[in-house]
Write a protein of this length. Structure first.
Length: 95
């Protein structure tokens, strides 16, 4: 349920855009999903997207040797790994 705060949706979008520009929020792009945002100060991590409930979970850590996947002569500036599946809550509900 949304409360009528008198704040327009355009104001919210401007505030989020400014927070990204100021480095307070980071944009998270997941395939087939609307953009999400998270605090920019979070350490490097990846995500797990549940296909049943559409929740997204942080996964901490990074595969070793990922820079070895970069083709010769290319320069990697960053990466994002998204795992897809079913979260533990949805698995338990279907059992």
């Amino acid at each position: 349920m949304l409360l009528d705060t008198g704040i327009g949706i355009a104001t919210v979008y401007r505030a989020v855009k400014k927070a990204v520009a100021d480095g307070v929020l980071s944009r998270v792009e997941l395939p087939n999903s609307a953009a999400r945002f998270e605090p920019a100060e979070l350490p490097h991590h990846h995500h797990f997207a549940c296909g049943s409930c559409n929740k997204v979970y942080d996964i901490h850590g990074c595969p070793l040797g990922i820079d070895g996947l970069v083709p010769d002569g290319f320069q990697m500036d960053g990466h994002e790994i998204v795992l897809h599946g079913t979260c533990v809550d949805c698995v338990e509900q279907s059992a």
